[in-house]
Design a protein around this ligand. Structure first.
Ligand code: TEU
Length: 585
């Protein structure tokens, strides 16, 4: 290869070496090198005093997001919606939800994002619409409606629904419609009927809508439950489950027979026409299946959101329950994804989003070691291979909220689960602690901007409870405090930006069997970085000498404790939840 080709290769791609010695070339891409900041607009910043966040509120905080080091903003749905599931039930894909603003506000937001050299991706919710969408309103009018086939209608069986499928949000996945004496499928709430992707007209209408937004200049999509689009054509019953009349039909809905054909069509009709970023949210996907979606050469999407690490603390034998998780289990899952996708397809990295309890309460120590554990978690996650996704408030170390009564909850999944558990005979005092730990509302309390009333989120009455800890945990305090979670995140993203090895390098676990520390090496082109984080509340001595060559010329790139003396012999002393990042060659 001549000099020019080598330079070009360096600009456009990186050469990776697998542990087995094989080499592969991975293309560089802006979306691989970016950090994404996720906004849940309803809870971000309210400028009108109606207690609900809005688009001008987001504009007012763009400098804050830019300053953190984010390159891309992902907006949760802002389309017109009756808000049964806070915007994930869309009644008009071409209009903005009134509480959030207007299309003009949106165009202004997009321009302001671009002006700051950032990008904006939208949520794409096309597994289902709202039951108030014009297509569904027409569809339910009669069996012969031109839109009947836009949704999945079936006649009942033995006086009940067409099969025993359950909804993700409790109860049957079928709703009876008396006027036409048929049932429609809804994998989520009954106000979220599933679209029938078998129908070419549905696909064509969705692709037109996607092009319409991309023509406006948006930079990509986060695709909601995108691997659920293709249902098994026979809609077979699920095997019966004890204590659960409505099993989740994962085997008959996730990664279904036509999914790659639908996404292939979407790629040709839409995605290939624009230089964009796509991330597919995919429940129940294995790494091998994921590679088919996001393969460097043949994949249709850029990266995948999987849920495997989000299930570690869930006890599926007892609805809504949480279980103790082990650090080795978390490592086993994340290591598996790192290895399976390395050189083949791209990962996304997240511990938080609008559907998950706050990670510092879940995997860290939100009370005694909040700042330490929040920064350790971020370090061990975001320096892996993949694109980091930060969810609003995570950069402040926001915690789960102490909801005290079911009346304080707003999330439809939480409220449905509560009712379902009551109906199954569980006692209220047993249900509530589980709900407190698991509810999606934990992530949806208003962003904590400062210590003024309602955390500076609104001058009105917030649509959902504000976490009472906002006087201590808020953006104003965090921006000013050099030792805050926010200022640590800034440094973390800055070292990622300046060290290509942290984006593209090989990932190699260190001490994989330790229940005390999460540690690994990233390696590329003779460069090596060592990352270690303690998950213990007591000080530790960790011996990494056999796996890591911590020579005298090592450089401490980052740490969450003021000064961290250690010895040259590879024994590292770690304070509770201490984390360090070393360049070792
Ligand atoms: O979530 C998909 C999904 O699988 C979740 O329902 C998940 O099982 C649950 O939230 C875990 O607590 C997406 C959106 O992110 C979510 O907000 C929507 O409610 C859902 O799709 C339906 O659109």
């Amino acid at each position: 290869m001549d000099w020019f080709c080598l330079r070009l290769k360096d600009e456009l791609s990186v050469l990776l070496q697998h542990r087995n010695g094989e080499e592969c070339i991975v293309k560089r891409a802006w979306w691989k090198e970016s950090v994404v900041y996720q906004i849940y607009p309803r809870s971000f910043c309210d400028t009108t005093g109606d207690g609900i966040g809005d688009l001008p509120g987001i504009v007012s905080k763009l400098d804050y997001i830019k300053e953190l080091g984010a390159d891309v903003i992902w907006l949760c749905p802002i389309y017109q919606s009756p808000n049964d599931d806070n915007g994930y039930d869309i009644s008009d894909y071409f209009r903005i939800m009134e509480e959030f603003g207007t299309l003009v506000d949106f165009e202004h937001l997009l321009a302001e994002v671009h002006k700051r050299d950032m990008k904006l991706i939208m949520d794409l919710v096309v597994n289902h619409t709202s039951d108030e969408h014009a297509w569904f309103v027409e569809s339910k009018k009669s069996r012969s409606s031109a839109y009947r086939d836009y949704y999945i209608w079936r006649s009942g069986k033995n006086g009940g629904p067409p099969n025993n499928w359950g909804s993700f949000f409790s109860g049957s996945a079928w709703e009876y419609h008396a006027e036409t004496d048929q049932y429609y499928l809804h994998l989520f709430t009954k106000k979220q009927p599933d679209l029938n992707w078998e129908n070419p007209q549905v696909r064509s209408d969705i692709f037109t809508m996607m092009r319409w937004w991309l023509d406006k200049g948006i930079d990509g999509f986060r695709m909601d439950v995108i691997n659920l689009l293709s249902k098994h054509p026979d809609l077979p019953d699920m095997p019966a489950e004890d204590n659960n009349p409505h099993p989740l039909p994962i085997p008959y809905t996730a990664n279904g027979p036509k999914i790659h054909s639908y996404l292939g069509e979407m790629k040709t009709e839409v995605l290939d026409l624009f230089p964009i970023m796509t991330v597919g949210e995919m429940p129940a996907v294995t790494p091998e299946e994921a590679v088919q979606y996001v393969h460097e050469e043949s994949g249709t999407l850029n990266m995948v959101f999987h849920f495997e690490h989000m299930s570690l603390d869930m006890d599926f034998s007892r609805p809504g329950e949480v279980k103790k998780w082990k650090l080795t289990d978390l490592k086993a899952v994340l290591d598996k994804w790192q290895h399976s996708l390395h050189g083949r397809g791209w990962n996304s990295l997240y511990f938080n989003n609008h559907d998950q309890p706050r990670s510092v309460s879940r995997f860290g120590q939100a009370k005694q070691y909040r700042v330490e554990s929040a920064t350790a978690l971020a370090t061990i996650l975001f320096l892996q291979q993949g694109t980091p996704f930060v969810y609003q408030g995570e950069e402040l170390g926001m915690t789960n909220c102490a909801f005290e009564r079911i009346e304080e909850h707003r999330d439809v999944a939480t409220l449905n689960m509560y009712q379902q558990l009551l109906a199954l005979g569980y006692a209220e005092e047993d249900i509530f602690p589980a709900i407190q730990r698991r509810s999606r509302d934990n992530a949806r309390t208003p962003m904590q901007w400062d210590d003024s009333p309602n955390a500076g989120f609104t001058t009105g009455k917030p649509w959902i409870k504000v976490n009472p800890n906002y006087k201590e945990i808020n953006a104003k305090q965090a921006v000013e405090d050099p030792d805050s979670v926010y200022n640590y995140y800034k440094k973390l993203f800055s070292i990622r930006r300046h060290n290509r090895v942290l984006v593209y390098g090989d990932y190699q676990p260190v001490l994989p069997d330790s229940e005390d520390v999460y540690a690994y090496l990233r390696t590329m082109d003779g460069e090596q970085v060592f990352i270690i984080g303690s998950f213990r509340k007591r000080p530790l001595e960790v011996d990494v000498s056999t796996e890591v060559k911590l020579g005298a010329d090592r450089e401490l790139l980052l740490s969450n404790y003021p000064s961290s003396p250690d010895q040259d012999n590879g024994i590292i002393h770690l304070e509770p939840y201490e984390t360090r990042v070393y360049r070792i060659s």
